[in-house]
Ligand binder design. Structure first.
Ligand SMILES: Cc1cc2nc3c(=O)[nH]c(=O)nc-3n(C[C@H](O)[C@H](O)[C@H](O)COP(=O)(O)O)c2cc1C
Length: 433
């Protein structure tokens, strides 16, 4: 079983930042992220992960979100840890390919082979307004660009052979120029000559993580991803997603065991069910449905939900068609699917989403949490989890102290790090140049 810690705000519950047990450090203090990462490393996690949106959320009054820039943050985390993998989000739509290739290759050198790149096309509508030369790009255009982008960055990371650097003081030859090649890419969106101005990194290239789950997103994952983050409110849709990706991988001629599917999982853990429920009620008591309504609107590209009463059951018709959503299409599909199935009131839906923004939330004892994780992994619903503790560090500490030993005792999770790189933790091959 693979475990990634998703670090965001002071935990993933909407109200975590206000909870008395969440970290007291400012969210702009690197020490906070360092401490969470060191805890995950002590718990033998495969990796930690940082998300990124390229603009300020419109509800800064009530929502702290992604603050420190992830690529620079990973450089700091590289120096504060030794074994754990480090994954940062970066956008194919809004980052120059040459810059991104260079930054992630540098990070892979700095961390000695522990870096992953969460490839996103950027869903947030605010981003377009901050990159005036590109504007707001449609869902289809973003994925079309992303395909070409992958050709460019893969080319750059492969532009140096592993044995290109000689560093031979006696002969005076630093590198073999025959082993360093330009890529001469000229496509619809990018013109990049190459080669990269940096030798090949320990992992060859960062581990490719992908987090878009629309139909186009799944096809993209099947072509490029080595690990997939995904959000599901229910086991049934998580299972369907797992089967779909593994089938698409076969269609793309790839080995399904070389692509790990890691759904988000936000456990609220108590020594008894009643204690877990109490913690959950306490958190929900700190959330405001109007904050949730605003966040829902953002997911649906700014759609106005202000006319919907909080306590009337919802219908799919209360939402815009996810197929026409140009921002986070798959998350809106998850939400509308849940409404179709369960007909919650808006208040109930917002409480469900407050837990972890559309990821799976579970309340229970350490045994019950371990049972659920075991069930998902043995039944082919997940290859591991993107752990999203509702409150940091409290629920991470409890998970590491109480759940990890159970998983270890059952032979489901490592008892020590065996390899040095993120690829080795995940059982992924190193790509040939
Ligand atoms: C765990 C997880 C983390 C994500 N993090 C980001 C992120 O940091 N930035 C981003 O733009 N999209 C992120 N996404 C992806 C968006 O939610 C969205 O799915 C995607 O950008 C739009 O593509 P899609 O319609 O194919 O899903 C994340 C998804 C998941 C499941």
């Amino acid at each position: 079983m693979h475990l990634n810690l998703f670090i965001q705000s002071r935990g993933h519950h909407e109200a975590a930042w206000r909870h008395p047990k969440s970290s007291k450090l400012p969210l702009t203090d690197i020490q906070y992220t360092v401490e969470m990462t060191q805890k995950a490393e002590a718990g033998l996690f495969d990796s930690i992960f940082l998300a990124d949106v390229l603009g300020l959320w419109n509800d800064v009054q009530t929502t702290p979100f992604n603050w420190l820039e992830p690529i620079t943050t990973l450089a700091a985390l590289s120096m504060a840890t030794k074994r754990i993998g480090l994954i940062a989000t970066a956008s194919t739509t809004y980052t120059e390919a040459y810059n991104l290739a260079r930054q992630f290759a540098s990070l892979d050198h700095i961390s000695r082979g522990r870096i992953g790149w969460n490839i996103v096309t950027t869903w947030s509508p605010q981003a377009g307004g901050n990159f005036g030369n590109i504007g707001e790009v449609s869902h289809a255009d973003r994925y079309e660009r992303a395909e070409e982008y992958m050709t460019v960055v893969r080319g750059l990371w492969d532009s140096w052979a592993d044995d290109a650097v000689l560093d031979d003081r006696a002969s005076g030859r630093y590198a073999d120029p025959k082993r360093v090649k330009p890529i001469d890419h000229a496509g619809k969106f990018y013109k990049v000559k190459g080669p990269l101005n940096l030798p090949r990194s320990p992992q060859g290239r960062p581990v490719f993580v992908q987090a878009g789950s629309s139909d186009t997103g799944k096809r993209f994952a099947a072509r490029h991803a080595e690990a997939v983050f995904t959000a599901h409110l229910e086991k049934g849709t998580a299972k369907a997603f797992y089967d779909d990706i593994k089938k698409l991988l076969v269609e793309e001629g790839r080995d399904p065991s070389q692509v790990l599917i890691l759904p988000g999982f936000s456990p609220i853990i108590g020594s008894t069910e009643a204690e877990a429920k109490r913690f959950s009620d306490e958190l929900n008591g700190l959330s405001d449905p109007e904050v949730g309504r605003n966040r829902l609107s953002l997911r649906f590209g700014g759609h106005d939900f202000s006319h919907l009463p909080l306590d009337k059951p919802l219908a799919p018709e209360d939402f815009p068609d996810p197929k026409l959503n140009e921002s986070s299409r798959s998350r809106t599909e998850v939400i509308v699917g849940f409404v179709r199935e369960h007909k919650p009131t808006l208040r109930q839906l917002l409480a469900k989403l407050a837990g972890a923004r559309g990821h799976f939330v579970f309340e229970g004892t350490p045994e019950q949490v371990a049972d659920l994780m075991q069930e998902w992994v043995t039944e082919g619903v997940a290859d591991g989890f993107n752990l999203m503790p509702p409150v940091l560090p409290e629920m991470l500490d409890v998970f590491i102290a109480e759940v990890v030993p159970i998983l270890q005792k059952r032979g489901l999770f490592r008892t020590r790090y065996e390899g040095e790189t993120l690829r080795s933790h995940l059982g992924l091959q190193r790509p040939e140049a």
